[in-house]
Design a protein around this ligand. Structure first.
Ligand code: 13P
Ligand code: SF4
Length: 309
C-alpha cells in the first residue's frame, strides 16, 4: 500500500462533498471509514436526510439502488457494482410480474433485499427490522405475497398467525448455511450463552433463539441483556460492532454446515474494499443510474414502508 487509505478517503470525501453510508456486514476497515453505519432500515432512512450531494454506498448493489431511489437528485456512487445478493437474485421482476397476473388479489410485500424492478412491482417494502409492523398494518382479510425471503416470511407468519400469506421461495444463501445441529452442540458447551439469530436463517435455527431479529435488533438485545456470553447466528460483519460497543461481553460465532467455517460471511459484502472506495471517489464512478419511471414506482413502495411507525 503506497498511502494511508483512510486518510486519503477522508480527504476525497471533503474534496467531493461526499458522505459514506455502510452496512454492518462490510469489512471492519470499511465500517471504520463510514460516516453512518446501519442495518437496511436505518440506511434507507438515513439516505433520505443526508445533506451532502454525493453518497458513496458501501454495501451490495440493491442497497445503493435503494439510496438512489430515495435521493434521485444526488449522485450515488457504488464502489463495487458487482456485489450482488443471493436473496435479491432469487426473485426476478419478470417472475413477480407473472405471479401478480395470476394473483391480482394479492398485495405484494417485498423485503428491501430486492432489485429496483421488483420494488417497482411492490405495494410496500419491509426490512427485517419492520416486517412485523408492515404485515400488521395490512387488514387481516387482505391476501399478501411476501417476497422474496421464505424464512423471514415464515418468521412473521408465526408471530402474526396470519393465514392468507403466500411466501416467495427465495432465501439468503449466507443465512441458510447455519446448522441447527452444530448450534445445539455449541449451546450445550456454553449453557449460559444467549443465542441471537437473524430471521433470514431457517426456522429450525430461529427456533433455538433467545432473540431473533434484525442486525440493529441483535445489537440492541445484546446491549440490554445482562448476559455476558452470546452465540451469534448471522453474518460475521456484526461481530466487529458487537465487540466495539460491548468490550466486556463475549461473542461466539455460530457454526455452519461446513465445519471449517465459523461464522458465515457474505462474500459480496466483503468485495467492498478501501482501495475500491478511494478509487470510486477519485473517479466519481461507478454511479447508480435508474430509469425514472421504475424509480418513481419503487419509491412509492419504500416511502410506504418508511411511513409506517
Ligand atoms: P438487516 O440489515 O435488515 O438486518 O438485513 C440483513 C441483511 O441480510 C442485509 O443484507
Ligand atoms: Fe444478500 Fe444475504 Fe448477503 Fe444480505 S447477507 S446481502 S441477504 S446474500
Amino acid at each position: 500500500m503506497v498511502e494511508n487509505l483512510p486518510a486519503r478517503i477522508a480527504e476525497l470525501k471533503r474534496e467531493k462533498g461526499a458522505v459514506i453510508l455502510a452496512h454492518y456486514y462490510c469489512l471492519p476497515e470499511v465500517q471504520a471509514v463510514a460516516d453512518f453505519l446501519g442495518d437496511s432500515l436505518a440506511l434507507s432512512i438515513k439516505a433520505q436526510s443526508v445533506e451532502e450531494k454525493v453518497i458513496l454506498f458501501a454495501g451490495v448493489n440493491f442497497m445503493a439502488e435503494t439510496a438512489k431511489v430515495l435521493c434521485p437528485e444526488k449522485t450515488v456512487l457504488i464502489p463495487c457494482p458487482e456485489a450482488g445478493c443471493s436473496l435479491a437474485d432469487s426473485c426476478e421482476a419478470e417472475e413477480l410480474a407473472a405471479f401478480k397476473r395470476e394473483h391480482p388479489e394479492c398485495m405484494v410485500v417485498s423485503y428491501v433485499n430486492t432489485t429496483v424492478g421488483v420494488k417497482a412491482l411492490t405495494d410496500i417494502c419491509c426490512t427485517s427490522s419492520n416486517a412485523l409492523q408492515v404485515v400488521k398494518s395490512i387488514p387481516e382479510s387482505q391476501p399478501i405475497l411476501f417476497a422474496p425471503d421464505r424464512n423471514l416470511g415464515s418468521f412473521i407468519q408465526a408471530q402474526t398467525g396470519r393465514k392468507n400469506m403466500i411466501m416467495w421461495d427465495g432465501c439468503c444463501k449466507v443465512h441458510e448455511e447455519f446448522s441447527a445441529e452444530a448450534i445445539k452442540r455449541l449451546m450445550a458447551e456454553n449453557p449460559t450463552a444467549k443465542v441471537v439469530v437473524h430471521p433470514e436463517c431457517t426456522s429450525e435455527v430461529v427456533a433455538l433463539a433467545d432473540y431473533a431479529g434484525s442486525t440493529a435488533g441483535i445489537l440492541e438485545y445484546c446491549r440490554a441483556s445482562e448476559a455476558e456470553l452470546f452465540i451469534v447466528v448471522t453474518e460475521s460483519g456484526i461481530l466487529a460492532e458487537l465487540e466495539k460497543q460491548m468490550p466486556s461481553k463475549q461473542f461466539i460465532p455460530a457454526p455452519t454446515f461446513d465445519p471449517t467455517v465459523k461464522c458465515n460471511e457474505c462474500k459480496d459484502m466483503k468485495l467492498v474494499t478501501l482501495e475500491k472506495i478511494a478509487e470510486c471517489l477519485e473517479k466519481m464512478s461507478p454511479e447508480v443510474e435508474i430509469d425514472e419511471e421504475i424509480r418513481s414506482q419503487a419509491e412509492k413502495a419504500i416511502i410506504n414502508m418508511v411511513n409506517i411507525k
